[in-house]
Design a protein around this ligand. Sequence first.
Ligand SMILES: [Zn+2]
Length: 278
Amino acid sequence: MALHTPGPGLPGDGGTDQHRAAGVTRGARAIRRLRRSARALVILSVLGAVALVAWGSLRGRPQDLPWTPLDLSQPIGAFTGRKLTALGDDFGACRGVLDRAGVRYTALPPRNGGGRCGYRDAVRFAEGGARRISYAPAGLGVACPVAAALAKWEWDVVQPAADRYLKSRVATIEHFGSYSCRRMYGRDAGNWSEHSTADAVDIAGFRLADGRRVTVVRDWTGGDGEPARSEAAFLRAVRDGACDLFATVLSPDYNAAHRDHFHLDQASRGAMGWRACR
Ligand SMILES: [Zn+2]
């Protein structure tokens, strides 16, 4: 008989109410825990942001912080590319960046090509100033954010890579042009190419100070089955370096349409938009 007497808290002795009460207490505790976790998360986020600022300032690397103004004299940092792309929203700011960096240029008159085509922020590099490389054909006009990225590419990527892999300097960059009122791949339908607003440039090759010529179409694969050749290594280095400066970089690695040039553009996809490096 005693064996069958239910003890406290077992079913049949009013334990259900106790259970319910315990459940409510547990629920309240869970909510309190959740609130505490949320508070801790907010505090952690604030501390994280403060730490980021301190880290960026203390290291003296404003180029790694998203809110500092772009300065082309600083080394390439975590946000340099996005800041260059964002210059597409502000021609005045973009020209200021070029001016402060000693890049000489003439602003091109706005062009309305109909539909999505045309530009209001294109520039043409002028002789002299802080840049040394010329472009062939001469008179290349590009949207200002592309010009700013090309200047930075010359200083921080192209010349160091030429020095390292080719033991020479690049004198001239060969290109296939910038502005062209067309859709992607010249199709009749589909997305408009960034070329339709001069926000892109196609780079085909490099002429060196010592007279050599390196082209994407011939030297990307390293010629005679030797991908380790210095020309191929140079081309990969300048392609990879462009990815830190342009919103989109397409090379022969991407598809056959790019077997003979690098497509570099500053497509505006928003502050957190995707960037392509292929
Ligand atoms: Zn292109």
